[in-house]
Design a protein around this ligand. Structure first.
Ligand code: SF4
Length: 395
């Protein structure tokens, strides 16, 4: 199983200070030990490494996500130089898909916006919902909310003819907002494409039930119930203009599709992270579990990407289907959940727990609700009931 994706930390600094941030405000302190910004030589070397690894003219793109910290705090000339290098590699036949995940609190310069648009590179913009809710967690270093600045910069991009840069918005699930209110907010956005990320901070050292008895939490799993209600509200609204990536992807999977987002199926994690010092790291999903929990012995200067296959941690992540917890074997959602989204399976002592995710009850509730809804809709349509459902739909 090859790697297909790299998350590139152009910076280990950020212009805002989100309370839940796994880079700066959880257990991992790696950012204190690496350079604040990746040197341009290293970023170019990484691109060469990727192109040495990923076959030229491959039908499938290798996905590169520029990340941080805040990637748009990287030196602008460096970014333009690096984008030129991507352009050259693409012209020489490499299928490279590049995206940028940004907080967009700072406006994009016209030069960078033009270059991104010309190259078909889109922005994922982090925003957690309506202003009050977003600004409760996504604040700058003076504690001020960031919502208005982000939306001003979105409006500016649209006014300047750069709407094509807006890939969508990425929210971290927050049960403090009513699912209907979240959906109303999505409907009001200039680009109605969002994804709702399962919280990353919960793992076996920090379970969602906290100090309460686990059984009490699992009877009414707060996060899973929120997702279930959001799915139902989205389904009932029946507006194809509102795209929630996790939900659309679940529908596709239920109808037999193979590709899926990270939070579904959990059969392989074919991505690696590169930090500002050039170190290859495990996916950010494991970062909250402990200080240094993503570090490996490999770095871009000394090692090509093929060397990562010899690393036991990467080998386990690439073959995650072999790590299915025993307790999941008889589960009705095994095909679509596969033991649970990776962060909830992190165990600082064993790397990955042999138990199901700490969000098992949440995921179970969500899949029960969503897949039942899909199944009922299919069975009410007669002929469509015979579609191949890949074993995902409950009887
Ligand atoms: S819902 Fe729970 S038991 Fe079922 S596959 Fe997911 S983690 Fe395992």
């Amino acid at each position: 199983m090859p790697f297909r994706s790299a998350i590139v930390k152009l910076t280990a600094v950020c212009n805002i200070d989100c309370s839940y941030c796994y880079m700066f405000n959880q257990a991992d302190r790696t950012y204190t030990r690496v350079p604040p910004k990746m040197p341009i030589d290293l970023a170019l070397r990484l691109l060469d490494r990727i192109c040495a690894y990923h076959p030229r003219h491959a039908a499938d793109a290798f996905s590169i996500v520029l990340h941080g910290g805040e990637p748009l705090l990287w030196n602008e000339e460096h970014l333009l130089t690096w984008l030129d290098a991507v352009d050259e590699h693409r012209r020489a036949g490499w299928n490279l898909d590049v995206a940028i995940q940004t907080n967009l609190v700072r406006p994009l310069s016209p030069r960078v916006a033009d270059a991104l648009q010309r190259m078909g590179i889109r922005l994922g913009i982090s925003l957690d919902g309506p202003r009050t809710l977003n600004d409760a967690a996504r604040v700058d270093h003076l504690g001020r909310g960031t919502y208005d600045r982000v939306m001003e910069n979105v409006a500016r991009l649209i006014a300047d003819g750069h709407e094509a840069l807006l890939g969508g918005f990425l929210s971290v699930a927050n049960t403090a907002i009513a699912p209907h209110a979240y959906l109303d907010w999505v409907a009001s956005l200039p680009v109605r494409r969002v994804d709702v990320l399962w919280p990353i901070e919960y793992h076996w050292r920090n379970p969602p039930w906290g100090i309460l008895p686990r059984a009490d939490y699992e009877r009414t799993p707060r996060i899973g119930r929120w997702y279930g209600k959001l799915f139902t509200a989205w389904w009932e609204r029946d507006d194809p203009g509102i795209h929630i990536r996790l939900f659309s992807n679940l529908v596709d999977l239920a109808l037999g599709a193979r590709s899926h987002v990270d939070a579904l199926v959990n059969d392989t994690y074919d991505m690696f992270v590169v930090n500002t010092d050039g170190s290859y790291e495990y996916p950010d999903y494991l970062r909250a579990a402990g200080d240094g929990s993503c570090r490996t012995a490999f770095d871009v200067t000394q090692h090509g990407i093929e060397a990562l296959h010899a690393d036991p941690g990467f080998a386990r992540l690439l073959a995650l289907r072999d790590e299915l917890p025993q307790a999941c074997n008889g589960c009705r959602h095994r095909a679509v959940c596969g033991g649970g989204f990776l962060p909830g399976r992190a165990d600082p002592e064993r790397f990955l727990s042999s138990q199901p995710s700490v969000l098992c009850a949440d995921q179970m509730h969500f899949f029960d609700t969503a897949l039942r809804t899909i199944r009922d809709a299919i069975s009410h349509r007669g002929d469509h009931a015979s579609l191949d459902t890949a074993g995902c739909l409950p009887a």
